[in-house]
Write a protein that binds this ligand. Structure first.
Ligand code: GRF
Length: 215
């Protein structure tokens, strides 16, 4: 059984979607550890209820990003994860961390990348007058929210939408696309290469695959 490590900072609804997909047999793997940088992250309770070991590594206890990431690397090493999943983990990782898990590190971002890397994505989409937004699962590289996209899901923006309403609608789609990509990864179908992300040996489009186009 392949092993997943999930890093969180908050609610952990994506963590839950992945736990549920493992339990349902839709992902041939199991979450071996959940790590949070915040002791109050609600996702820790989800791990506890699922019987998954969890760790809190509070970034405020470290002098710099490098020492925090070193502690994170040491903690993860003992679980020997096949894949590390960032699920609402609100810390920027150092190149040292990313190198250790290169090609085995995924993130989900609440926008249609390459639009709106960074924070406040829903407010920015609304302010730009966009007609749609969404979420993208991508490989993590040293460029913030800039690694090759794998799969995205669109969400229409309607009159009266707020950052909160969009966040909810986008999260519903996240809970489908993150388990789907995790499944592909554990089936050895995904690869990070210098020119982009590959699925089943084919280079993916620059924005990744559109979840609505999957058969
Ligand atoms: C998600 O919207 C994800 O796109 C972003 O952080 C949020 C995490 O939500 N990176 P949750 O903690 O999984 O509920």
């Amino acid at each position: 059984m392949k092993k997943l490590a999930v890093l969180i900072s908050g609610q952990g609804s994506n963590l839950q979607a992945i736990i549920d997909a493992c339990d349902a047999g839709n992902i041939e793997g199991k979450v071996c550890v959940v790590v949070s940088n915040r002791a109050e992250a609600a996702g820790l309770e989800r791990a506890r209820l699922a019987g998954i070991p969890s760790l809190v590594i509070d970034h405020r206890g470290f002098a710099d990003r490098e020492s925090f990431d070193q502690a994170l690397l040491e903690a993860l090493a003992s679980f020997v994860p096949d894949l590390v999943i960032l699920a609402g983990f609100m810390r920027i990782l150092t190149p040292e961390f990313i190198a250790q898990y290169q090609g085995r590190l995924l993130n989900i971002h609440p926008s249609l990348l390459p639009l709106y890397p960074g924070l406040d994505t829903h407010r920015r989409a609304l302010e730009s007058g966009d007609s749609q937004t969404g979420a993208t699962v991508h490989f993590v590289t040293n460029e913030l929210d800039g690694g090759p996209p794998i799969l995205f899901a669109r969400v229409p923006i309607a009159t009266g939408d707020t950052p909160e309403s969009l966040a909810q609608a986008v999260q519903r789609r996240e809970h489908d696309i993150y388990p789907a990509v995790t499944r592909w990864f554990l089936q050895d179908r995904l690869l990070l290469a210098p020119d982009g992300a590959y699925l089943d040996g084919a280079l993916l489009p620059r924005q990744g695959l559109d979840a609505d186009q999957l058969s």
